[in-house]
Design a protein around this ligand. Sequence first.
Ligand code: CUO
Length: 670
Amino acid sequence: PTESVALLKGGKKKKMISVPPEYLNEKYQPFASQIVSRFGESAEEEVVVNQISIPPLGDILELKRDQAFSLFIPKHQRLAGKLIDIFLGLRTKDDLMAVAVYARERVNPYLFIYAFSVALLHREDTKHLNIPSIVSSFPEKFVQNQVIGVARQEVSVVPENLQQLRNPVEIPKDYTASDLEEEHRLAYFREDIGVNLHHWHWHLVYPTTGAPEVVNKNRRGELFYYMHQQIIARYNTERLCHKLKRVERLIDWDSPLKEAYFPKLDRIVTGRSYPARVANQRMQNLRREIDNSFVDVDDMKRWRDLIYGAINSGRVKDRNNRDVELDEFGGIDILGNMVEATDLSINRQLYGNLHNMGHNIIAFIHDPDGRNLEENAVLGDVATAMRDPIFYRWHAFIDDLFHRFKATLPRYAENQLNYPGIQVQDIQVRTQGRDANVLSTFWQQSDVNISHGLDFQTRGNVFVRFTHLQHAEFEYRITVNNGSGENRRGTCRIFMAPKVDERGNPWLFRDQKNMFIELDKFTVNLQQGRNDIIRSSTQSSVTIPFERTYRDLSNIADEEQDQSSFCGCGWPHNLLIPIGTAEGYACQLFVMISNYADDRVDQSTEGICNDADSYCGIKDRLYPDRRSMGYPFDRQPRDGVDTLAQFLTPNMRVRDVTVRFENKTFRRTQ
Ligand code: CUO
């Protein structure tokens, strides 16, 4: 029972939760009083859960506690939507706690934590609460199975009053494969805990199914496109650093998939391992009665072709068979929701469920009809999907659909790119102790507390130590001349891309534009004449700091938690910069100052977490940039432009930078 409290509050104090006996799982009810007193022994505070009449959970209970939950399976999405609705519909926070405690004892734990987290993020009276990081509640989704075993041992052997003597359990750097597997070169990216946390959070903030206030968010379909497009651009850049070519779209659905993946993760709740995928498996029709999941590969092909048709014609058919135009600004949003597919799909009957079912077919490739009673592989779970190389092949296919659509849109004319009178005169990147325009990357070891997830919350902390990519913090120094004759505002957009392609050839703009990764975006006030803009890499609008990605609430006082309201969606800061190479990897840093009059969105964002809005938007607000996401790289270039140099207008500038990787490991100093 203590965990329910931890889930709601975290905090330093040990709390006992007093629960009406009938809320406990039926099998524990006869011993209710002993259970409560056991946890009561060391409690410093008591939280009383009200006895109210609990709304029926109905078919939510059809997903058994020991089954794997997947946000890509329509039935599971529907059940999650129902539970979210129940949580959102409760009148008070106390009622919410009562139903949550009751449900937690009965509902599938993964389903519960997902639905409860979504509800906490969306209820007026709980929005300010911090939710503990899922890596501390479900470490098994992020941390190798052996490590969890050793952590348990550490906790059992070293008593709580000596917990400072517990050794952090080290996760070896290369545990999922050896260098014989080419794709393993990218494991540090795919298996980065922060990357997977970001992806989990993104899908938590943008659910596909449920009440309109949960699903129907400003430009969510477009953000689905943009956030995942950026993942592919980032992954491709990392690949090029390792002399691998860009990821190939998964377009041949009949031939064997050459990628294998062996996750080495266990599902504690189901008591099974996440299934592996050997090389050369074939996509097959899904016929899983247990999840009510039925889809043929041919269905997928039909949906794909209808979507291609819609892109080519520039219009889609809505549910009433009426034509709806995919226009210049709203079209991508319609397409995003349709392809993903969410409740907002303009016509799910016709365009189907392409992206989610792709995840499912591949996640069940080892047992497509369920005859072996196997569960989904990592690709079927948003908290683990990014670990598998096939994720990037599937999403490269999805991404290509969006690029095809974007290629049909009017190209930006010079006057849609330029900001008359504004000239970017110089860009410098400065890292302390390094040459100008050199970015520096290395390995870093950090610790994260996983104690909540091992069911020994009452027995103190235990840390795992993992190694991840990191970069030296740096500054952008940008010189801008404002010759417009008056003070101006602009949006400074910073992107970076590899300078040359896999063969070492200079890019054509039409290819390089898809490689640009966003590094930062912010508003600038420009005085007349010269302006020197200095911006720290830590301020990036793309990332959240390490402390937030891995927030551990167990050592934070309750009052502080309530004040420092923050959310966990945001690219992990340690992966802002791609790995580079030992000899120095050549990239191009791109800076543009666009006209704020065309970017601005009038709204107040005070007091809300809004520092990672590029990929995550702002909670309950409009996306804070009026331009199409990805601007100015989201369209084909105007006539006569073949290269980045030709694309530039005076308010843009490019600087060659080098990313140098130092193969050393540093320990994070807290
Ligand atoms: Cu985020 Cu396919 O949508 O994983």
